[in-house]
Design a protein around this ligand. Structure first.
Ligand SMILES: [Zn+2]
Ligand SMILES: [Zn+2]
Length: 344
């Protein structure tokens, strides 16, 4: 059962943030020491790591790196290979998931009131700390999840960010039972949120530029699919903007019914153009954002996904293709979600 842990490993590192098509590419394959788990942390051998749009924002510098040469990746599925001191939650050999949300202080006013996602001392995998574009990674055991047995590792990876954030966005968008929901952008997160909403009786309308994405939305059971700037066929009770394009906000607000809510799900959004009070905000419309998630969101989502059979559509790619894949993400070719698969 015990395997030899090497001293060094292959990992991708953000050398100096720049547009992903730059030469040299900001993401470089390097040799790093295998990290040692601190007290309360476990060492995980990575099996699969999903590629999230946020990784591109880290590589390109939209989100300034918090650690030089940081390794991106925060949709990690792996096996526990070593326990740090004081660990008691997992055993060596367990398959666990490592998400974006890595640490909260537990004592601030947000942590003490069930809003740990807003903790000012929070830390994130693949931004503050090395992530899963690597052979090994550590995680505080309290911030990892057990992976339901029904999922292959590549399938489970996108659940850990795309899925959990989509779930929190559904909560923030205040979708009424049996209501109508608009989704703007239809990538990794939206295709999981759509399945979850439809299985719970919500009518889902999709707004996205790609014809393939529109077709995919209809195949998943969405009621309609149209361009990102099109008028909605029906007034919407709730909407979620998954795309990082602030230009889409006015149309998303115009398509809301009175008292509707728009949740902005991205960690990064380009500037929102000026709004017209009558068209976009009057009639008690609400605009809100989504910041990370609590661990309770994560546990609830993984339970629901398992019970309702939410299935991520993934495109597995090899570990050494990470730089290429981020270029595809930048160009908008997202087919479900890309997942780096580690050689076994
Ligand atoms: Zn993510
Ligand atoms: Zn806190």
């Amino acid at each position: 059962m015990f395997e030899q842990i090497p001293a060094t490993m292959k990992a991708w590192a953000v050398k100096s943030p720049a547009p992903i098509e730059s030469v040299p590419c900001p993401l470089q394959l390097v040799e790093k020491p295998v990290p040692s788990p601190k007290a309360g942390e476990v060492l995980v051998k990575v099996l699969a790591c999903g590629v999230c749009h946020t990784d591109l924002h880290v590589a390109e510098g939209d989100l300034p790196v918090h650690q030089p040469n940081v390794t991106p990746g925060h949709e990690i599925v792996g096996r526990v290979v070593q326990l740090g001191l004081e660990c008691q939650r997992f055993e060596v050999g367990d398959r666990i998931g490592i998400p974006w949300f890595r640490y909260a202080c537990g004592v601030c006013r947000y942590c003490r009131s069930g809003r740990e996602n807003l903790c000012p001392n929070s830390k994130y995998t693949g931004w503050d700390h090395d992530g899963g574009y690597a052979e090994y990674v550590t995680v505080p055991e309290g911030f990892a999840y057990r992976i339901p047995a029904r999922y292959k590792s590549t399938e489970a990876a996108p659940l850990l960010c795309a899925g959990i954030i989509g779930y929190r966005a559904l909560l923030r968008a205040n979708v009424p039972a049996g209501g109508r929901l608009g989704l703007y952008g239809f990538g990794g997160s939206a295709h999981l949120a759509a399945q979850l909403a439809i299985k719970q009786g919500v009518e889902v309308h999709v707004f996205t530029r790609g014809k393939d994405a529109q077709k995919f939305a209809l195949e998943l059971g969405c009621a309609s699919a149209q361009g990102a700037y099109d008028c909605s066929p029906v007034p919407l009770d709730s909407a979620i903007l998954f795309s990082p394009a602030g230009e889409m906000v006015p149309n998303a607000l115009a398509n809301l019914a009175p008292s509707g809510t728009l949740a902005l799900a991205g960690i990064y959004l380009s500037d929102v153009p000026s709004l017209n009070y009558q068209d976009h905000l009057f009639h008690e419309k609400t605009v809100t954002s989504v910041e990370s998630n609590t661990r309770q969101d994560g546990e609830e989502f993984l339970r629901l996904a398992d019970r309702l059979g939410i299935t991520p559509t993934v495109t597995p790619v090899t570990f050494d293709q990470a730089d290429q894949v981020l270029k595809w993400v930048a160009r908008g070719n997202i087919d479900g979600a890309y997942v780096l698969e580690m050689p076994s």
